[in-house]
Ligand binder design. Structure first.
Ligand code: GDP
Ligand code: MG
Length: 440
């Protein structure tokens, strides 16, 4: 799948500290493929590619950041900039109007949102103004019943504007009024004038455009026209439980200068959640843990910036593993979390590789770590660089100096040996071996 080929491309940057133009081109190509596949508008994808390229080559990676993490962070930041934050939905009295083409999911979303507001302790009401589609009243009423919220509609009336007016009056006691409207197969003039009239009667605090996740390049015209007629404040994406990733919503957001408010992922009233940029982006790219990785790298960078040696998990992959490395690694683990989790986040390193190591190879508990620190403070530079040189007399000296038992010193040396062997195992693996292991 696309996420894994993006991962593969990023993997090639492993161990590189500088990034070449070819590297960036290759990564950008993968990202383009993912985004186009997810229905993101072509011109948006091109703009994004340009920014990513420019920034990756021009910006200096912060100290200790590998080329791969550097690019990942830029990709992530650019996408966050594009999708924006979640539409602000205050938990207070308000009127929300839903617009969108027929079948986009308005009626379902109206009931879902009402359910969502009721769970937040508000008293919502759904007002159904669709007189166009046969059965619209019954469907809306049934869904509102399922959401256990107040409902207004009139199966016999034929003037949507009058229904809206009556509905607001009839449900005056409710806090949140959600006005559902009719759609058409296409944007026709009578739909537009009808929705404009409803809007002028309802005077909504916000109007949301409801978009099927599968909408592709068609999102642009729709968004433009609804925005021109009633003003779009936010987007609700529906049917994310299918294979579509909802990239068309980015077009709508871009076109209307709005943001995404809600995500729908099923046919029942509970299948709704507020939009979260991070998980949405990860989904678009098919990479599950982008944000977590960026955050951890950032945190680790901050913590190592006070004159400490820079540390990158990938450094473990090269050279001799000394006690100094072990100490750095323990510090970094303190900052980043357990090593096995850190390893899991490096593309190509996860997927159960850690399961194949001896159980306690990476297991250094907080207490043991603190003891190890104390012990290492009593060692000389030469001993830290070359632990194999430490004999019985040195062990005695270090034990005395650190106030620890000789057994504790030997335990540290054993732990180091085990880790060094593990690291050798990693280093010994060529790319091919690594891939074969991952496939198991
Ligand atoms: P409207 O014409 O815009 O009011 O759209 P509806 O709310 O009637 O939805 C059209 C169809 O899409 C219905 O069969 C819904 O059950 C279905 N639907 C709406 N939202 C979702 C969703 O998030 N997931 C799935 N699987 N189906 C949905
Ligand atoms: Mg409907």
């Amino acid at each position: 799948d696309l996420g894994s080929s993006l991962r593969g491309t990023l993997d090639k940057l492993r161990g590189k500290s500088r990034i070449s133009e070819e590297d960036v081109d290759e990564i950008v190509k993968e990202i383009q493929r993912s985004l186009l596949q997810a229905d993101v508008d072509v011109s948006l994808v091109m703009d994004l590619s340009d920014s990513i390229k420019e920034r990756s080559l021009e910006e200096e990676p912060p100290g200790g950041t590998s080329a791969r993490d550097h690019v990942l962070r830029i990709v992530y930041e650019e996408l966050v900039g594009l999708v924006g934050d979640s539409t602000e939905i205050p938990l207070e009295s308000q009127t929300i109007m839903l617009a969108g083409l027929q079948g986009s999911g308005k009626t379902t979303t109206a009931a879902k949102m009402a359910w969502w507001f009721s769970k937040k302790g508000l008293r919502p009401a759904v007002i159904q103004t669709d007189t166009f589609r046969p059965g619209a009243y019954d469907q809306a009423k049934q869904m509102a019943d399922r959401a256990e919220v107040e409902f207004y509609g009139d199966p016999d009336a034929d003037d949507p504007v009058q229904i809206a007016r009556d509905g607001l009056e009839a449900t005056a006691d409710a806090d949140v009024h959600i006005v559902d409207t009719a759609g058409r197969h296409a944007l026709e003039d009578d739909l537009i004038s009808e929705i404009e009239e409803i809007e002028s009667v309802v005077e909504p605090d916000r109007s949301l455009l409801v978009l099927d996740a599968a909408i592709g390049q068609g999102a642009k015209d729709q968004a433009r026209q609804f925005d021109d007629s009633i003003g779009i404040d936010g987007v609700a994406i529906t049917k994310l439980d299918g294979t579509a990733k909802g990239g068309g919503a980015l077009t709508a957001v871009d076109e209307t200068g709005s943001t995404i408010a809600f995500l729908g992922s099923g046919e029942t009233v509970q299948d709704i959640e507020r939009f979260e940029p991070d998980s949405f982006i990860s989904r678009l790219l098919g990479m599950g843990d982008l944000k977590q990785l960026t955050e951890r790298v950032e945190r680790a960078m901050e913590e190592t910036q006070e004159g400490e040696d820079d540390w990158d998990p990938e450094d473990l992959m090269k050279g001799e593993f000394t006690l100094k490395d072990m100490r750095k690694q323990m510090k970094a683990m303190d900052n980043m979390g357990p090593l096995d989790q850190v390893m899991d986040m490096i593309p190509g390193m996860g997927g159960g590789l850690m399961d194949q190591l001896p159980d306690d190879a990476m297991d250094v508990t907080q207490d043991r770590m603190r003891n190890f620190e104390v012990i290492m403070d009593s060692m000389t530079e030469a001993e830290l660089e070359n632990p194999r040189s430490i004999g019985a007399s040195q062990v005695r000296r270090i034990a005395k100096g650190s106030g620890q038992s000789e057994d504790a010193i030997r335990e540290l040396l054993d732990q180091h040996k085990m880790m060094a062997q593990t690291m050798k195992q990693f280093q010994g693996m060529g790319d091919g071996d690594m891939q074969r292991m991952m496939k198991k």
